[in-house]
Design a protein around this ligand. Structure first.
Ligand SMILES: [Zn+2]
Length: 359
């Protein structure tokens, strides 16, 4: 690992990019992503996240590296194929050389409905690098149940598709491609029609850009559209993503939860954006005592940044920092979104549930 003093140098070009800046870079470092599937798309996505400095990257893949992967799967080499290394392991080995300052977890597993939640848990965002509709629908269900965005991506031939699906804001994948694990592009798999690397990289770039926006705190900048593109004929189609469908078990319920939180927020809780500080002050109606919040945070393994008789300060997995004062006043640092700040406070300070810890 490079020495810690080099942090600002290492990420200087990303920090100079105004929408990210030092603050966004710090948030990236405190974020966790799941890269589901480490084939062509997943390997490229994982590399983007590692180079960008995302603090925790969890890689899940069921396959091993084969010679036919090398044409497009940018993290792997001939030695990986010769040794038949699991893709998650081979990718993690490469990424640890790319960035020694982040945590990389490799899981060799077939992501299914029984284990998906254990992989998604603790992630701030999920990047889809899978190659089949069945797994994607499982991911969509788990992500919507947990309120975590899923950045969908798919490639075949010279074509690709991508969309960032956000619980509470957009329809889920089940609503977009049909519910019964029917692969909308079943006749257009890479096995059937092949795939060229530029199509992979084009889709991965669009997915990675959405991930950077979300994780660096630029959530309002998320592209609310479905993109289909062809890098050979050069065609790009963009269509607006539909809102959650009220009758859907997944996105409809996620939408209702968001609305319930908003309704609750009106019951005696107030929030005010502090001018020019990217901080929201939230006043809670029914706060837990500081000592109880502290005990919960310690049990959850959360990183306490400050604790004394007057206040507690800690980072939440979503990327913000909360400063909680005795009496129920909280500063949520790192957001300008009052609704989001209230949601965080309800989650970590007021409700009976245990706070989750990152990663
Ligand atoms: Zn839905």
């Amino acid at each position: 690992m490079l020495d810690a003093g080099g942090w600002e140098t290492r990420y200087s070009r990303q920090i100079r990019f105004a929408p990210i800046g030092t603050d966004g870079q710090r948030r990236l470092g405190e974020s966790a992503v799941l890269v589901a599937g480490v084939g062509a798309l997943g390997a490229s996505l994982a590399q983007h996240m590692a180079r960008a400095g995302v603090g925790t990257i969890r890689l899940v893949d069921r396959d091993y590296v084969e010679p036919s992967n090398l044409q497009r799967q940018a993290l792997f080499d001939e030695a990986d194929a010769r040794d038949a290394l699991p893709k998650a392991v081979a990718a993690a080995n490469k990424l640890r050389n790319v960035n020694g300052g982040i945590r990389i977890e490799a899981r060799v597993a077939d992501l299914d409905s029984g284990n998906a939640d254990s992989f998604v848990r603790g992630a701030d965002l999920v990047l889809d690098g899978t190659d089949n509709a069945e797994t994607r629908l499982i991911l969509s269900d788990v992500c919507y149940a947990r309120g975590i965005p899923l950045v969908y991506g798919g490639v075949a031939g010279s074509e690709g598709m991508t969309a960032a699906l956000v619980p509470g804001e957009t329809a889920c994948l089940r609503c977009l491609i049909g519910g019964d694990a029917v692969d909308a592009s079943a006749d257009r798999t890479c096995d059937a029609v092949g795939v060229i690397a530029p199509a992979v990289e084009a889709v991965a770039a669009l997915q990675a850009a959405e991930a950077l926006k979300w994780l660096s705190g630029n959530r309002g900048e998320m592209r609310r559209s479905w993109i289909g593109l062809d890098v050979w004929s050069f065609a790009v189609r963009e269509s607006k993503l539909p809102a959650p469908r009220t009758e859907c078990e997944c996105c409809g319920r996620a939408g209702r939860q968001v609305r319930q939180v908003a309704a609750k927020a009106r019951e005696g809780i107030s929030a005010a954006l502090l001018c020019g500080r990217d901080t929201v002050q939230v006043t809670l109606a029914d706060p837990l005592p500081l000592a109880e919040v502290k005990a919960r945070l310690e049990r959850s393994g959360a990183e306490l940044l400050a604790a004394n008789g007057w206040l507690l300060k800690w980072s939440v997995p979503e990327g913000e920092r909360i400063v909680l004062f005795e009496g129920g006043r909280a500063l949520v640092q790192g957001t300008g979104d009052e609704e989001h700040a209230i949601r965080l406070c309800l989650k970590y300070v007021q409700e009976g549930r245990e706070p989750a810890c990152a990663g």
